[in-house]
Design a protein around this ligand. Structure first.
Ligand code: PHB
Length: 388
């Protein structure tokens, strides 16, 4: 009698364990989205989330067989709040995965916490070189770019176009500094000279005194990094100051991505470099654009692509382990060797987990960043300082 009871109890325990196991796989994967939903980068954060949700919707609401639960935090592009925000997601909300963010300073705080806690982090925009440089880790991935990449491509383009001198202008923070550094590296290789680096604090938009300085310095051309709301105002102010007619303006493509409606004629003719463009002819982009426009009644931009690809990368990782988040090593190995069929064109990841990708030269024609050529084919960030 006692033996039979013990056997029954044991059987019940086994059944419960099985049910528990199944329940773990049935439970949604909790993804913490730390993005700017307010401020100068608000539109960027929303586009990233839209892109992510579009891929999820195409997969029937599951990635690698697991449903996804969204936990959202507005990081306000404020580095001083970043560590608290990311710790809340990890400790209070107990997220399985972090997706974020746009601003390089905030992303570096996220990467630090991710590295310490071992939480998987997928960066869908911020270009901070350090994230896939000295801060690189097996659990940190990026589906966007390093700040170095578009800048480096533009230095070559401007030199080829015959410009010998330039002035740079940007916000004084990691993204601006590193974008300018990438530009100078290739511009200097062919003897280009930078007369002056002009900066203002993020996210200020009082450009007037700096535009006056550009007019006085008379460089052959100007290289710039601005994005979001700040980029809209900068392009308009540059045109209104009459500088566009005498000193051509170039930039990392964020200057004119997702901003053309607001910039109007002021942006016409601008040349920029970026890993996405209008007028690409790959089938993935065609399908993506149709689906995005249908779902959101909006045209996608580079941020939407990066969010979409963050979901694709996560799907590849989860798919490789059949949704079992316990198998971290196998999951990260699959992500590291993934080939992402991106609307930008297919890409793979460098050893430090940053996209190896074509950088396009684009020209603003009406409301489009029309592709002109591939400025640099399969450009890999050098990943300086990464040891993994
Ligand atoms: C960044 O801070 O890394 C950043 C922000 C906005 C962009 C690109 C890069 O469009």
């Amino acid at each position: 009698m006692e033996r039979r009871l013990a056997a029954k109890l044991a059987a019940t325990a086994v059944a419960a364990a099985f049910a528990g196991g199944a329940a773990a796989q049935d439970k949604a994967v909790k993804v913490g989205f730390m993005l700017p939903y307010t401020g100068t980068f608000a539109a960027l954060g929303n586009a990233i989330e839209n892109g992510f949700r579009l891929h999820l919707q195409e997969q029937g609401g599951k990635l690698g067989g697991r449903a996804i639960e969204f936990v959202r935090v507005d990081d306000e592009s404020d580095p001083s709040k970043a560590t608290d925000n990311v710790n809340k997601l990890i400790r209070r909300d107990q997220v399985d995965v972090l997706v974020g963010t746009v601003h390089s300073g905030v992303a570096m705080a996220m990467a630090k916490v991710a590295k310490e806690s071992g939480t998987l982090l997928v960066v869908p925009n911020a270009g901070a070189d350090a994230v896939t440089g000295p801060m690189c880790a097996p659990n940190i991935f990026r589906t966007s770019f390093t700040n170095w990449q578009p800048g480096y491509a533009m230095g070559e383009v401007m030199a080829k176009r015959g410009h010998k001198t330039a002035v740079t202008i940007t916000w004084k923070y990691a993204a601006g500094d590193e974008s300018v550094k990438g530009f100078k590296e290739s511009f200097a290789k062919v003897g280009g000279k930078v007369l002056k680096d002009l900066t203002l604090p993020f996210p200020n938009v009082e450009f007037q005194p700096l535009l006056t300085e550009i007019a006085a310095l008379k460089p052959d051309a100007v290289y710039t990094f601005f994005a979001g709301g700040g980029a809209v105002k900068f392009v308009k102010d540059y045109a209104a100051a009459g500088l566009g007619k005498t000193i051509p303006l170039y930039g990392a493509g964020f200057l004119t991505d997702g901003t053309l409606e607001a910039q109007g004629d002021a942006a016409n003719g601008l040349l920029t470099t970026l890993h996405y463009a209008d007028g690409l002819t790959n089938p993935k982009d065609k399908a993506f654009r149709l689906a995005y426009a249908k779902t959101y009644k909006l045209q996608p931009d580079v941020y939407a692509v990066q969010g979409y690809d963050a979901a694709q990368l996560l799907a590849i990782g989860l798919g490789a382990v059949k949704g079992d988040l316990g198998k971290r090593d196998a999951m990260y190995a699959a992500m590291a060797k993934a080939r992402i069929d991106s609307p930008r064109g297919a890409f793979t990841l460098s050893p430090s987990h940053n996209p190896v990708q074509d950088i396009y030269l684009r020209k603003v024609e009406g409301k489009a960043n029309q592709v002109q050529s591939v400025a640099v084919k399969a450009l890999a960030d050098p990943g300086r300082g990464c040891r993994m």
